[in-house]
Ligand binder design. Structure first.
Ligand code: ADP
Ligand code: MG
Ligand code: MG
Length: 869
């Protein structure tokens, strides 16, 4: 077995063995780019180090020595030599880039003697001692784990003593003084001298990289990112080149395109007379890469050419590190560059245009979670940078909003009706604020977290929201907003950045999201590629319209109860709940029928020929009752039922475990007249819209929370009988589908028999997850976070489908369902329908569509395409 590879023995396809950095150094060497020579100790050597109780096997040490000899040959230098010493860097490099692991050590091989040689050879004493002090500091920090601050204190002390403003102002003598103190610090901390023997320095450094694989930060990072502990890290040993040799030298980082905008032009920075991390560490202000064309014209030309070679070779935007030593360019790293959503989309489209990549590759390069950034208005970047920050809260719902502040929903509504832009400012929002939230550009609350009413509703509407902003004081009665000592009144301007949770003073220019152009192009490619259909969860015409604009192909879940909460309807629904006889109940339901019917008609009109799945009433009735004494008294007045009686009814209806209580199809079994009314509303709406507009409507009626075949059979009988009566009244025929949600584990387990009744399944994965884990959705948020921190859960199962548990129930249900009814329609309507990883899973198990909130539809379209690639 071979544990060490020279750079000319590897390639980019050997990532898992050589790590990302090593594989790309090898690849650049292979294609003839100027890379200082070196070798990579493999990830397998790291694993062996751990298997053998943190010792390096002799065979690996031997291989390293062989490769060092080869490196000496290639460079014509000798390690530890006092005539022409070889210096190397030791660089960690795992398969996935991992913050928290060991940093790089530069200039290894220097000691009290070779530093003098280096000084003589280069005729540059300052450079030699600068390199040495850097080496001692990096080695002391990463191998000996001496706090960085101790080194910094010594260095800064010397700068002060010498009256130096910048590091480069220190003379060789100053640097020698620093080195003396550094060595004393090492002695004090380690109880031994700084190692002078280069061979010993090298072995210690390599082992330190191996050890850093298992430091706490690295372990935690892997846990959080689902990276296996078994991968191990590689170590790269590379001949040094020097950017700190004076004014003909320098170092820099650059991207082949602009990572913020995607513009096809070199983008980056460089620093003259500097080494390693100086550019990113902000020691001096680096210069834009373009200026290299002036100070290093030949080198710049060379760099441009190499950047182009690299991009064409990897067929992706590259992020590169380079160093110039006395006017000669060396490449030290290349990798696929991180980029913003805007830039990702532009680059993907441009590269297809340049014939560099296929449409499939272009689509696969878009991070679906990033797409969210593109769907909301944003601030003009420059204007935002100049704006005054007033306060910070939680980034509850992304986007940007600017407008005048209003303190009640109705004030906000009225202002908007007058053509103003409004920001609704509340202590915390409640369902009564809905209309004001709809009207406002953005929402700001003083209280509440990421799952507060304001946050959840705003995200659903795709509206910008900063929640839980504890730095502000809101007086709803005085209509004032106080921040520190400043008081803002109704009508004053503020601006909100919901992606960052920032409140700004005054008005900031916003730029609208752009759905055409490159974004539209990528989306159309995604649509060509994917087989999964994408529907939306939408309860009203407004959301339905938004969903269609985002490319939804239907509605996968229309929750009828949301319509019940509206002001004019709540009395009728309460009357229905209070009813003591079937007759009274029917009378109340008759009042609700026209409301429901007109809602459904409006939705059908928006959706035209696209399928719409409407779910029968789902929540426990108790949710519709007033929750405060004041509201109860008001209701008593409205209905003429006594307060005492109302309180008694509320008590009777209240449940210990409402989510497992009298809800879902259980309501339809016990009060069939509710299902009758809703069915009638659905069918009448469908028939009338079909007659009026000619749309080809096939109503899909969904029965929630079914657990048994007999249960769905019972409700289905009610529904079918009503449909028969209805169609008879109109004297028409109409196709329709009756199906169920699969959200009770028993339904998944007995899906084969349930499919005898159900013409479609829609996986309600919120409830299915809740009931499969026995995790209450409303109570376990904090606990789940702790489980994730401890690594007990890799992901929040309410965000991404637990494939092993919940997913296997789904797979079972799909298989059984298809066996009973081969043409059964299969979808998902839980929150997971908008989660890329869950979407991939849905594709894999053969669902026909996913349904998600309107603002996640574009994300789902991309994710569905990626699942198909
Ligand atoms: P990171 O992964 O943190 O970027 P690197 O291993 O890339 O760490 O190295 C950190 C810095 O040191 C980079 O700026 C890199 O260019 C520089 N560097 C690494 N090896 C050498 C070398 N052989 N000669 C000169 N500079 C080097
Ligand atoms: Mg690097
Ligand atoms: Mg449910």
């Amino acid at each position: 077995m071979k544990f060490v590879y020279s750079f000319n023995e590897g390639s980019k396809d050997m990532r898992s063995l050589l790590g990302g950095k090593g594989a790309n150094l090898a690849e650049m060497t292979k294609i003839g780019l100027p890379v200082p020579f070196g070798f990579t100790v493999t990830t397998e050597a790291c694993n062996k180090y751990y298997e053998e109780n943190k010792t390096i096997a002799d065979e690996i040490v031997d291989e390293i020595h062989e490769k060092m000899a080869e490196l000496e040959n290639v460079t014509g230098k000798k390690f530890g030599d006092t005539e022409n010493p070889l210096l190397v860097s030791v660089r960690s490099g795992s398969v996935f880039s991992m913050p928290g692991m060991m940093d790089t050590i530069l200039n290894l091989g220097l000691n009290d003697e070779t530093v003098i040689t280096l000084s003589n050879l280069t005729d540059n004493e300052r450079f030699a001692y600068d390199s040495y002090r850097r080496f001692i500091q990096m080695f002391g920090d990463v191998v000996m784990e001496i706090p960085k601050s101790e080194f910094d204190a010594i260095f800064d002390g010397q700068k002060e003593k010498a009256g130096a403003e910048f590091d480069v102002d220190l003379t060789a003598e100053d640097l020698k003084a620093v080195i003396v103190e550094y060595k004393a610090l090492v002695k004090k901390f380690m109880g031994r001298e700084f190692p002078q023997e280069p061979g010993e320095q090298l072995m210690e450094a390599i082992q330190a990289v191996f050890r850093s694989w298992n430091n706490d930060r690295a372990i935690l990072y892997r846990k959080l990112n689902n990276i296996s502990d078994k991968l191990g890290t590689a170590v790269n040993v590379q001949a040094m080149v020097f950017g700190n040799m004076g004014d003909t030298s320098g170092t820099g980082v650059a991207f082949t395109r602009n990572p913020a905008t995607g513009e096809n032009a070199l983008f980056g920075e460089f620093l003259v007379n500097a080494q390693g991390e100086d550019v990113v560490a902000g020691i001096r202000t680096p210069k834009p890469i373009k200026e290299m064309a002036v100070s290093f014209p030949d080198v710049y030309k060379d760099f441009e050419r190499i950047a182009d070679v690299l991009e064409k070779h990897y067929k992706d935007m590259q992020d590169m590190e380079f160093t110039v030593e006395r006017n000669k360019l060396y490449m030290l790293q290349t990798r696929a560059a991180k980029r913003t959503a805007v830039s990702a989309v532009k680059i993907a489209v441009d590269m297809v245009g340049e014939d560099l990549i296929s449409k499939e590759t272009a689509v696969s390069r878009i991070d679906p979670n990033q797409i969210d950034q593109l769907l909301h208005p944003n601030f003009d970047e420059k204007a935002e940078a100049e704006a005054e920050v007033l306060a910070k809260g939680l980034p509850a719902s992304p986007g940007a909003a600017t407008g005048r502040i209003y303190f009640t929903a109705s004030d906000a509504e009225a202002a908007v009706a007058n053509g103003e832009k409004a920001i609704l400012v509340r202590q915390e929002t409640s369902p009564e604020d809905l209309a004001g939230m709809v009207a406002a550009e953005g929402i700001l609350t003083a209280r509440g977290g990421m799952t507060s009413h304001a946050a959840v509703v705003a995200r659903g509407m795709g509206k910008c929201c900063v929640a839980g902003c504890s730095e502000i004081a809101v007086s709803e009665s005085e209509k004032t907003l106080t921040i520190k000592d400043d008081v803002y009144k109704e009508g004053d301007y503020v601006s909100l950045n919901g992606s960052k949770g920032i409140v700004y003073k005054g008005e900031i220019k916003t730029v609208a999201p752009e759905f055409s152009g490159d974004f539209g192009t990528v989306m159309s490619w995604a649509d060509e590629i994917r087989s999964l259909k994408v529907r939306a969860n939408a309860d009203n015409p407004r959301d339905a319209k938004q969903a269609v604009e985002f490319g939804a192909q239907g509605i996968g879940l229309c929750r009828t109860e949301h319509m019940f909460f509206e002001e004019e309807r709540i009395p009728a629904i309460r009357q229905m709940i209070m009813a003591e006889t079937e007759e009274e109940r029917r009378a109340a339901l008759a009042k609700l029928l026209p409301f429901q019917k007109s809602d459904f008609k409006a939705i059908y009109e928006v959706m035209e020929d696209k399928p719409v799945t409407i779910r029968l009433l789902d929540p426990p009735l108790h949710e519709f009752l007033p929750h405060t004494e004041e509201d109860t008294r008001e209701l008593a007045e409205q209905t003429g039922i006594s307060y005492a009686k109302l309180s008694q009814i509320a008590e009777e209806l209240s449940e210990f475990n409402p989510m497992l209580g009298h809800r879902g199809c259980r309501l339809a079994v016990t009060y069939p007249e509710i299902a009758e009314m809703q069915t009638r509303a659905i069918i009448e709406a469908a028939v009338e819209v079909k007659q009026e507009k000619g749309f080809d409507i096939i109503p899909e009626i969904m029965i929630p929370l079914v657990g048994m075949e007999s249960e769905i059979a019972d409700v289905k009988a009610t529904v079918e009988k009503t449909i028969g009566t209805c169609l008879g009244e109109y004297g028409v025929e109409m196709e329709y589908l009756i199906g169920t949600m699969i959200e009770v584990p028993r339904a998944a387990l007995t899906a084969g028999s349930i499919a005898k009744e159900a013409e479609f399944f829609s996986f309600g994965t919120n409830d299915l997850t809740q009931m499969t884990f026995g995790f209450s959705r409303d109570d376990t948020g904090k606990m789940i976070k702790e489980y994730m921190d401890k690594g007990i859960l890799a992901d929040d199962p309410f965000q991404t489908i637990d494939q092993e548990g919940v997913g296997s129930l789904m797979e079972h249900a799909v298989k059984q369902g298809k066996q009973t009814r081969p043409n059964i329609k299969l979808g998902i309507c839980g929150e997971h329908g908008g989660d890329p990883r869950s979407i991939e899973f849905c594709h894999k198990i053969g669902l026909h569509y996913v349904s998600c909130s309107p603002f996640r539809v574009p994300i789902a379209r991309i994710a569905a395409a990626q699942a198909a690639i």
